[in-house]
Design a protein. Structure first.
Length: 572
C-alpha cells in the first residue's frame, strides 16, 4: 500500500490546457468557433431606439439612455471594443496553431485542405472584426488626424503587447483589406458539394479527389464565412471609407471603388435580375422555410447572402407583440419613420401630387408600411390593433408595456407565433449577417455619388435602376412617376437614403448610417395621439446628441487610461 508516493501527490483535475489543441482537433477548432461567437451581427440589436426611428417602453433601455444624454466614453452600449478585440485575439491564437493541429492525421492532403479553409476563415473573421472596430470607434483625434484603432495582428500575451497606439485611418483600412484579401486566397466563393473535379473553383487545382473537397468545403461547411462573404465585407468597407464621415474631400474614386466592389457581387447573381422578389419579407414563414439548406427550396433564397442558423422560439414576438396578444410591446416605431413611407403612388406624403389625406393617414400608403409597422386599425394575427387614447391595453400609454408612439413593431416577427399561455407556440427564425438588398442599396448610394442617378460606370445598371427595382418590388404603382422625375444627384441621394431607411429598418443600420452620412442626429422622436378621430402629433423623446463630434463613437475610457490611447475629439 505504501509502495508508491503517488497517493500523496495531488491528482490531475482534468482541466484542459492550451497543449490540448495540438492533440484534439475539436478542441483546437474551438478557438475559431469562439471567435465566431463575437460577430456583432449574431443577433439584432434594435439600436434604432437610439435614433429617430424608434423608442422603447422599457425605461431602462440602454439605447434610450444614450439617445437622451448618457452616451459617453464611460457608458457606451454601442462599444464593440472588447468583443471585436477578443474575437481578433482568438483568431490570432488560432492562426498560431492551425498548422500544428492534426486535423486529419491519416491523410496529409486532406489535412492540408483543413488547414487551408480554417486559415482563410481566421483571416476573414479578423478583417470583419476590424471593420466593426473602425465603424464604431474610428474618428478624428483632437489635432485633426483621422485614426483607426490599434492593429493587433498577433496573439498578445503581455501588457506591453496591448499598448500599441491607434493606427492611422489609412493604415487601419489597409490592414483590413490585407486580411480580407488573404482570406480570398484560401477560400472558395461558396461552400457546397461538387459533382466532379471539373467543377472545382479557380485556385483549387491541387485537388485530385473530389471527395476531399466535399469533405472540407462541401455542404457540411454551409454558414461558415466564405469567399463571397469576404467580398461583401470588402464592399462594405469601401462604402464606409467613401462616406462623408471618413471622406472629408468627397474623393470620387472612393465612391467608384465602392460601387465597383458591390457590382462585382451583384453581377454574380445576375445583376438586377437577381433581386429576390420576396427579399423584403425575408422574415416570413415561406422565406424562412425556403432558407433551410437541408429542406428548403434553395433556388428561392436569393435574398440572404449570410445568416445565422435557423432556430425556433418566440422571444421576438414576446418582446414586441402588443399587450392584447400577450406581448411586451417594447420597440415602438416613431411617427418620423411612418412619415418616411411614401404613398402607394411613390410620392412622399409631403408632395402635392401624393394624394395624402391627413384625416386618413394610413390609406393608400406604400405596402411596406403595413408589412413593417402596426398602426391604429391595422391587423396583427387577424386581430385589429387599436392604438388610440382609451382604446384598451394596446392604446397609447395605457399600460407599462403599451406603445409610447401609437405604433408597434411588425417587421422580423412571425404572426403564426401564439403567446396565449393556454396554447403557446414557437416558430422558426434566423438572424441575418448580410442581405442582398443591403448590397443593392450600397451600390445605389455609391453609384449615385460616383456617376449620378443615371450613370453606371462599367456596369449595366444605375442607381436609379436599382431604386426602381426595389420600389417596384415593394408595390409602388408603376410607372413610378416620382422616381422618373428625379435627375439631380442631391434629390437621388435623399431618395436612396430614404429607401435604405425603409428597407433596412430594425436591422441595426440607422444609427451608423446617420453617422457615416454626418446627418443631423438631434431629430426628436415623435408619436401620434389619436382621440375622437383626430390625429395630434407630439414629441415622445428628445435626442440629446452633439452634432459637433458624436458622428464618431468614443474609445472606451478604460483603454485611454490604461494604454494612453488618443481619444476621439470631443469625448474627453
Amino acid at each position: 500500500m505504501f509502495g508508491s508516493c503517488d497517493l500523496l501527490e495531488p491528482a490531475d483535475d482534468n482541466h484542459s490546457t492550451i497543449e490540448r489543441v495540438y492533440e484534439d482537433p475539436s478542441f483546437g477548432e474551438g478557438l475559431l468557433i469562439r471567435a465566431y461567437t463575437y460577430i456583432p451581427t449574431n443577433d439584432y440589436r434594435y439600436d434604432e431606439v437610439a435614433t429617430d426611428d424608434a423608442v422603447s417602453n422599457d425605461r431602462q433601455n440602454s439605447f434610450m439612455r444614450i439617445a437622451t444624454g448618457e452616451w459617453s466614453a464611460l457608458y457606451n452600449p454601442q462599444s464593440l471594443w472588447d468583443n471585436c478585440n477578443q474575437g481578433i485575439l482568438y483568431a490570432n491564437k488560432f492562426l498560431d496553431v492551425v498548422d500544428s493541429i492534426p486535423w486529419k492525421w491519416t491523410d496529409d492532403n486532406l489535412n492540408a485542405l483543413y488547414v487551408r479553409r480554417l486559415t482563410g476563415e481566421s483571416y476573414a473573421l479578423r478583417g470583419l472584426f476590424k471593420y466593426f472596430l473602425l465603424r464604431n470607434h474610428g474618428g478624428y483625434a483632437p489635432g485633426g488626424e483621422l485614426l483607426g484603432t490599434p492593429i493587433y495582428d498577433k496573439f498578445l500575451e503581455t501588457e506591453e503587447d496591448f499598448s500599441s497606439p491607434r493606427a492611422s485611418f489609412s493604415d487601419f483600412v489597409n490592414s483590413i483589406y490585407t486580411d480580407l484579401d488573404k482570406a480570398l486566397t484560401y477560400l472558395p466563393l461558396d461552400y457546397g458539394n461538387l459533382g466532379s473535379i471539373d467543377d472545382l473553383p479557380s485556385g483549387f487545382g491541387e485537388i485530385s479527389d473530389i471527395s476531399f473537397y466535399n469533405t472540407v468545403f462541401g455542404d457540411v461547411t454551409q454558414q461558415r464565412i466564405s469567399g463571397r462573404h469576404v467580398e461583401a465585407m470588402k464592399a462594405r468597407l469601401a462604402l464606409l471609407v467613401a462616406s462623408p464621415a471618413f471622406n472629408a474631400n468627397n474623393t470620387g474614386v472612393l465612391w467608384e471603388e465602392a460601387a465597383d466592389l458591390h457590382a462585382q457581387l451583384l453581377d454574380e447573381i445576375g445583376g438586377l435580375a437577381g433581386l429576390d422578389p420576396n427579399g423584403h419579407t425575408f422574415f416570413l414563414k415561406a422565406q424562412v422555410d425556403d432558407a433551410d439548406i437541408t429542406t428548403g427550396n434553395k433556388q428561392d433564397i436569393a435574398e440572404i447572402l449570410w445568416r445565422r442558423p435557423i432556430y425556433s422560439n418566440r422571444t421576438r414576438e414576446a418582446d414586441n407583440f402588443p399587450p392584447s396578444l400577450y406581448g411586451n410591446g417594447e420597440i415602438n416605431p416613431t411617427q418620423n419613420l411612418v412619415d418616411a413611407f411614401p404613398m402607394a403612388n411613390g410620392y412622399p406624403i409631403t408632395d402635392e401630387n401624393s394624394g395624402y389625406d391627413p384625416a386618413n393617414p394610413y390609406a393608400e400608403r406604400d405596402p411596406r408600411l403595413s408589412l413593417y409597422i402596426v398602426y391604429d386599425g391595422s391587423k396583427l394575427k387577424n386581430t385589429t390593433i387599436n392604438t388610440g387614447v382609451g382604446a384598451g391595453d394596446d392604446g397609447l400609454d395605457a399600460l407599462q408595456n403599451s406603445t409610447r408612439t401609437g405604433y408597434y413593431l411588425k417587421k422580423l416577427l412571425r404572426e403564426d407565433v401564439n403567446l396565449n399561455p393556454s396554447s403557446t407556440s414557437d416558430q422558426k427564425h434566423f438572424n441575418t449577417h448580410i442581405r442582398y438588398t443591403e448590397l443593392f442599396l450600397n451600390y445605389a448610394e455609391a453609384a449615385n455619388e460616383a456617376w449620378g442617378p443615371n450613370g453606371a460606370g462599367e456596369h449595366g445598371y444605375s442607381a436609379k435602376d436599382v431604386i426602381a427595382a426595389i420600389r417596384q418590388r415593394a408595390g409602388i404603382t408603376q410607372p413610378d412617376d416620382y422616381l422618373n422625375s428625379i435627375s439631380d444627384k442631391d434629390e437621388m441621394r435623399a431618395l436612396i437614403r430614404n429607401e435604405r431607411r425603409l428597407e433596412l429598418c430594425f436591422e441595426s443600420f440607422r444609427f451608423w448610417d446617420l453617422r457615416r452620412w454626418k446627418a443631423d442626429l438631434t431629430e426628436p422622436a415623435k408619436g401620434v395621439r389619436i382621440e375622437n378621430g383626430t390625429y395630434n402629433y407630439f414629441t415622445v423623446e428628445q435626442r440629446a446628441y452633439d452634432n459637433s463630434y458624436m458622428h464618431y463613437g468614443p474609445i472606451p475610457d478604460k483603454e485611454t487610461v490604461k494604454f494612453n490611447l488618443i481619444q476621439n475629439d470631443g469625448w474627453n
